[in-house]
Design a protein around this ligand. Structure first.
Ligand code: PLP
Length: 458
């Protein structure tokens, strides 16, 4: 029997996260005056202990024992060799994936929700606000807040709130309070509703609402939490790649190619950053973030300074952005429908350390169905984008007759996204590409924003 799963014991779980800020140089976030913001400026939004992580340049940061205890509910996550998928593709490539779909909410997101809830709790915070698209982040944060006994309020993008009831149910199961965004509870929400009462909403709008509510609490006991994009989120997700490295070492493998789908960039960073550390230190490894053609932040948008939300409450972040006013086409991979990209992922892309790919929706589902019919597990719509790239690379390896080793992040399962699979079988899913009109709009939106610099850090 060939080895299918490589497992770690609980005592082999990594004890530290890897912080890429120790190894690359970054452009600073800018305040409304165009000057770099100071850590204290973020204090109304995040607890100070997380702000310290956000700006830290320590290479290794200890994972608190309390966090390891909760992560051990489902971690270490198995590394799986996709033997049946390899056979179906008749490829000489060996394909491995980290299965992040085994967490209670079914994705990689609790890897950061748990430490974020923990650090807020330690700082004395009683209540977190956040936004969610398809509901993965809202359910992950509800789960994490429930573990530490804090309240969780979630603004869910209207169109998903109406179309995807089950993650809303999950949030309720874990005690979260979910409302549709835009809502009448905030000024940001009311302003949008006044202009466009039937808007489907967007992540950018929902973020504005969640920040506004956190900052407005005069008791000082509410903070905001973000599920992707920020440095500390990327940091927490590196447990994925650090585990993968240990697991591959056990079987004497090292990847030629590392792949992850990229919405805000966190599961990609999680699997890739520990390998980027190797790459900076001379190893040869190709690293691909994969995004949808409907929201092609890395492959089409400019590297500019932009806001993370539509009401411009956030500082200007140095990132690839389709513009803070961008409302992406309604593809089913809700987690990939964000106008921006993590600043660290953006900087690495701009400097050529990673090579960005975009795939269309139908090709993504084709790959997802192949995965389900070979390996058995049903991937999330977001994960399907990574899979489409994996399938491409496995086919390329076959053409070239090369025994490539491919590692990808299986960011989540799709059991709550089955309606999207029904639509795929009904032939209702469409491919979307950015129109000239949309391109012009984001170029105009970013026109007078400053540009980040190439820092030749890597
Ligand atoms: C949220 C989500 C993503 C996209 O978010 P990233 O921050 O880019 O990782 C990808 N896959 C799944 C399953 C998700 O829930």
């Amino acid at each position: 029997m060939e080895v299918r799963k490589v497992l770690l014991n609980e005592d082999e779980m990594p004890r530290q996260w890897y912080n890429i800020l120790a190894d690359i140089k970054m452009n600073p976030p800018l305040g409304p005056d165009g000057k770099p913001i100071k850590p204290e400026d973020l204090a109304p939004v995040f607890p100070m202990n997380l702000i310290e992580q956000e700006v830290s340049s320590e290479r290794w940061i200890d994972i608190p024992e309390d966090v390891l205890n909760v992560l051990s509910i489902w971690r270490p996550a198995p590394l799986v060799r996709a033997i049946s998928l390899e056979k179906a593709l008749n490829t000489p490539a060996r394909i491995y994936f980290k299965n992040e779909g085994l967490s209670p909410p079914g994705s990689h997101k609790p890897n950061t929700a748990v430490p974020q809830a923990y650090y807020n709790k330690v700082f004395g915070i009683k209540r977190l606000t956040t936004e969610t698209g398809a509901g993965q982040w809202g359910s992950a944060l509800s789960f994490a807040c429930c573990q530490y006994g804090i309240e969780c309020k979630i603004y869910m993008v209207r169109i998903s709130f109406d179309q995807k009831p089950y993650r809303k149910s999950l949030m309720s199961v874990w005690g979260g309070n979910c409302v549709a965004s835009p809502s009448t509870e905030t000024k940001a929400g009311r302003d949008i509703l006044e202009k466009d009462p039937d808007t489907p909403g967007s992540l950018g709008i929902a973020i504005s609402e969640a920040i506004e509510e956190a900052v407005a609490d005069e008791s000082g006991q509410t903070r905001y939490s973000l599920g992707s994009v920020l440095n500390h989120v990327m940091l927490h997700q590196t447990i994925i790649g650090l585990e993968a490295k240990k697991q591959m070492e056990k079987i004497g493998e090292y990847p030629d190619i590392v792949i992850g789908c990229a919405g805000g960039g966190s599961n990609f960073a999680g699997i890739a950053y520990p390998y980027i550390y190797d790459k900076i230190n001379g190893k040869e490894v190709a690293i691909y973030p994969v995004e949808p053609t409907a929201c092609p932040t890395l492959t089409q948008a400019q590297f500019a300074y932009d806001h993370g939300d539509s009401a411009k409450y956030t500082p200007l972040l140095p990132m690839h952005s389709l513009g803070h006013t961008f409302v992406p086409a309604p593809i089913h991979a809700g987690g990939l429908r964000y106008h921006g990209m993590a600043p660290t992922v953006s900087q690495l892309a701009a400097e050529g350390l990673i090579e960005s790919k975009a795939v269309n929706q139908v090709a993504a589902y084709d790959a997802g169905i192949l995965m389900a019919r070979t390996e058995g597990i049903v991937p999330a719509p977001e994960t399907n984008h990574a899979l489409a790239c994996v399938v491409d690379e496995a086919k390329k390896a076959k053409e070239e007759g090369k025994e490539k080793v491919i590692l990808f992040c299986f960011s989540g399962h799709g059991l709550i996204d089955l309606a999207a699979y029904d639509r795929y079988f009904a032939g209702e899913l469409k491919d979307y590409v950015l129109t000239q009109d949309e391109k012009r709009r984001f170029e105009t939106c970013l026109e007078d924003h400053p540009r980040p610099q190439m820092l030749k850090s890597c």
